[in-house]
Write a protein that binds this ligand. Structure first.
Ligand code: ADP
Ligand code: MG
Length: 844
């Protein structure tokens, strides 16, 4: 990977491919890039140097000269995008092939070298597998020396297992010469009748290799465009495998080849209709080398492989056995074989992750927890006291939560909801129910502002029942149906040492019933002796390990996580597979989705006028400054500067406030209070307002440097407005967005539904990149499609069957599953500690 990233042409290829994929994903509406595909193509091509242009394959050149994408019909566009994607794939394969000769002494004509018959390979000559395992170095495989091992390492292959599981990225079908498909990449196997160098172009500047290849159905001219060196490796009489395109070239039927491989005469796999694997490769590691090494690995190791999936599961799920699946996915004899092989291997990927998640859940639920049955009188009184009625989704979720905490095992539930769907009320109700039993509860938020807001929300929602006392961080609630008043405490990292000690003491004495605080709470050493229920707000910021940490404090409390980053259900099953999930899929009545506009820098005036208009109508606006990951102080100074500009110049007649991370809590609180009360019209802020802040009267969210934010952050930011019945607006400003950023911005314009945004995010970035999931043991899934809910559910069901019967995987038939689980656990822990270390570093 790293090698490739430093190669600018391959990066640009990848960008091109992403645009095409995005375009395809958007129904070919020519909306994947700003300005349209035609302009993009022009730009892309003009970025290439002359040398690079020279090296483009004819198919890619043809693709690039397509100038009228805009005028094509959707069908034509679809075809064109498909062809362009294929052309890019070829070009990449071509670049890999080109890199090869440099690694070999030149010239070295290769005469049809007799090779050992395939059958004989099952007795490996280089080294016998005795005493070796799948964890052994690939160098024990025939054909792998230390030089090749280094290159394999670059592909992430460190052991034999890595080789067996280095899946082809695609397959080419093997065709006969008499019926070569038009315009589709294919492979042919035939004998070389003739081969030579062909000079083309001005003064013969372009040298290509030309050959005549024949099989039992006919002969064809094969051309390696601009690759004269091929002639040095191919000899008449060779049996040759070539891949490429069948096309007319200056009227003559020609096979335009992208690669070649001299194959032994007794090669029997490559029959017409079979599929040829194309592997993710790297510099100096051409397809033919990878194919040879992987074939050797399969031949030697498959006969010794045992299947970790019990036969019973394979039968129930109609899955191939592991050996057939691996062979069948690398070297399928038909598309059907490939599909069923893929299905089995994909099942494995999600199955073992479900085992991982469910064994955590089983482990956690093997202890007893308090039975917090529903105290009806308290719940009724609480609901009646609210200034609104709960939505159906809120009531349903509350019911699920209450049922969970009434069972005798620790609840582990994730409450997912669209931003503004009202998760806090549900959490509060559950906490009241816990304290109604005489125990303690806690709610944790990721930022101090948010924790403070929760504290205030409690007093707001329960206005009629709360009694402020003379201490700023305490609140007393009087509920008629409870015998004694409740005390709510607020504890933040920035409180003074004395305040904290005081709070700790009262917690320990059980003089505080509900504790509100930041995540610092769980990292610190607060002891909540009678903690029965913990609510973690904005759960997506938590790794699996952290979730566990709280559970270890004293008795296992019930744990409710709340996430406003909607996660597609399928991903949730994988990432939060150790939890049950409730979804609040409904907004309080009267809410309208916010309107989102992505503006060009020259439309700034317009944006400012708009903010002014909203303020005149009695509303308020956020202006969020760009995210600067590297430095908090840079970020702060950007906000200070923006605030100066807006307050002294642009909005000099308005009240412009400022909020940033370098302010102390007192200053932050004061600003938030002035904003909440309406005194501040426009609040300039660093991205700290991202999560959770609830100011219903704010209707405009303007994000500067919107291209620097990820989709879920943008959606969070947008969620700060549209929290009342007034229409909300989100204005995205971006100076010079990259292609990826452009894709994100236009998704934001088009999608208002958080779940849809999350799905797009999943498509754009892949599951491993989604916020917060990296620490959660997820998935570099290679084959499984996370949208495949059926596969996920089947794997989860089977994993549950296994663990219910054998919770600690001790039975002999589960030995291999236990081993796979250990490997995944080790890797996850490694990743989590890396992530923690990175976090700690960024905090320092
Ligand atoms: P989130 O789910 O984003 O955490 P909050 O819990 O902050 O949302 O609630 C968003 C806003 O909606 C708050 O101002 C809250 O008081 C209000 N709210 C919650 N539930 C309802 C409801 N059923 N009807 C009307 N307003 C509600
Ligand atoms: Mg919230």
């Amino acid at each position: 990977m790293t090698q490739k990233a430093s190669d600018p042409i391959s990066m640009r290829m990848a960008a091109f491919r992403r645009v095409l994929q995005l375009e395809a994903g958007r129904g070919h509406e020519n909306k994947a890039v700003v300005g349209g595909m035609d302009r993009f193509l022009d730009r892309w091509r003009s970025d290439l140097t002359d040398d690079e242009l020279q090296e483009l394959s004819t198919s890619l050149t043809a693709t690039l000269t397509q100038r009228k994408y805009n005028s094509l019909s959707v069908d034509q566009r679809e075809r064109w995008v498909h062809e362009a994607l294929t052309a890019i794939g070829d070009q990449e394969a071509f670049q890999e092939t080109r890199n090869e000769p440099a690694d070999q002494p030149l010239p070295k004509p290769r005469v049809a070298k007799p090779q050992a018959p395939r059958q004989a390979k099952s007795v490996p000559t280089k080294s016998s597998p005795e005493g070796l395992s799948l964890d052994s170095s690939p160098t024990v495989i025939k054909g792998v020396g230390s030089g090749i091992a280094v290159k394999l390492e670059a592909l992430g292959i460190r052991d034999i297992r890595g080789l067996l599981y280095h899946y082809p990225s695609r397959h080419l079908s093997v065709s006969q010469i008499a019926d070569l498909p038009q315009g589709e990449e294919t492979a042919i196997v035939g004998s070389v009748w003739d081969v030579g160098v062909l000079r083309m172009g001005k003064g013969g500047a372009l040298q290509s290799t030309e050959a005549v290849l024949g099989d039992e159905t006919g002969n064809i001219r094969v051309l390696w465009f601009n690759q004269q060196y091929v002639a040095r490796y191919v000899r008449p009489g060779n049996r040759l495998l070539v891949n490429g395109y069948f096309r007319g070239f200056r009227g003559k039927p020609t096979f335009e080849a992208n690669g070649y491989e001299v194959v032994p005469d007794n090669e029997d796999r490559l029959v017409p209709g079979s599929l040829l694997p194309v592997y993710p490769a790297t510099k100096g590691m051409p397809q033919r080398t990878l194919r040879r090494i992987i074939t050797n690995a399969l031949d030697t190791w498959l006969p010794r492989l045992s299947d970790h999936l019990p036969e019973e599961i394979r039968e129930r799920q109609s899955l191939l056995d592991l050996v057939s699946a691996l062979r069948g996915y690398h070297q399928p004899d038909s598309p059907e074989t490939k599909a069923s092989a893929r299905h089995r291997l994909a099942f494995d990927e999600v199955f073992i992750r479900q085992i991982f998640m469910l064994s955590r859940k089983h482990e956690c639920q093997s202890v007893r927890a308090l039975k917090l049955t529903t105290v009806k009188a308290v719940m009724q009184e609480f609901i009646a006291a609210l200034p609104f009625t709960l939505t159906k989704a809120q009531s349903r979720t509350l019911k699920e939560v209450l049922k969970d905490i009434a069972g005798g095992v620790p609840a582990r539930r994730l409450v997912e909801g669209e931003v503004g769907s009202g998760k806090t009320v549900v959490a509060l109700a559950a906490m009241l129910n816990a304290v109604a039993h005489g125990h303690q509860a806690a709610i944790m938020a990721p930022t101090e502002i948010l924790a403070q807001q929760h504290f205030e929300t409690i007093s707001q929602l329960l206005k009629g029942m709360t009694r402020p006392i003379n201490e700023p961080n305490y609140l007393v609630i009087e509920i008629d149906s409870m015998q004694k008043p409740l005390t709510v405490g607020l504890m933040l990292g920035s409180h003074t040492k004395r305040q904290k000690q005081d709070m700790k003491r009262r917690m320990e004495e059980h003089a505080v019933d509900i504790l509100v605080g930041t995540h610092a709470l769980i990292q610190g050493d607060v002891d909540i002796p009678d903690l029965a229920l913990a609510v973690v707000d904005e759960e997506h910021r938590f790794g699996v390990a952290q979730r566990g940490a709280l559970g270890r404090k004293g008795r296992r409390p019930h744990l409710i996580s709340m996430s406003a980053t909607p996660i597609p259900r399928s991903l949730a099953l994988t990432v939060y597979g150790d939890m049950d999930i409730s979804i609040i899929d409904e907004l309080p009545p009267g809410r309208k989705p916010s309107q989102t506009k992505w503006l060009r820098p020259d439309q700034r005036e317009q944006a400012n006028r708009f903010i002014r208009k909203e303020v005149a109508a009695g509303h308020q606006a956020f202006v969020v400054c760009p995210l600067i990951d590297e430095s908090d102080s840079l970020q702060t100074s950007a906000a200070v500067k923006e605030h100066r500009k807006l307050s002294e110049d642009v909005f000099s007649d308005l009240n412009v406030g400022l909020l940033h991370g370098r302010m102390n809590l007192k200053e932050k609180t004061a600003v938030m209070e002035r904003f909440r009360s309406g005194e501040i019209n426009v609040l300039v802020s660093t991205p700290v307002v991202e999560v959770g802040v609830d100011i219903p009267n704010a209707t405009v969210m303007m994000v500067e440097g919107a291209d620097r934010f990820g989709l879920s952050s943008l959606h969070q930011l947008r969620g700060r407005v549209g929290r009342s019945d007034a229409q909300g607006y989100c204005i995205l400003m971006a100076e010079n967005p990259s292609e990826d950023a452009q894709a994100r911005l236009s998704i934001m314009e088009q999608e208002s539904d958080g779940f849809r945004v999350a799905e797009e995010d999943l498509k754009l970035r892949g599951p491993g990149e989604l916020t917060g999931t990296r620490q959660s043991g997820v998935p570099d899934l290679k084959l499984a499609n996370l949208q495949d809910i059926e596969l996920l559910s089947a794997a989860r069901e089977e994993a549950d069957v296994v663990l219910t019967r054998d919770p600690s995987l001790e039975l002999p038939e589960h030995k291999l599953i236990a081993e796979a689980l250990r490997r995944l656990t080790a890797r996850t822990e490694e990743e989590e500690s890396d992530a923690q270390a990175a976090k700690a570093k960024s905090r320092a």
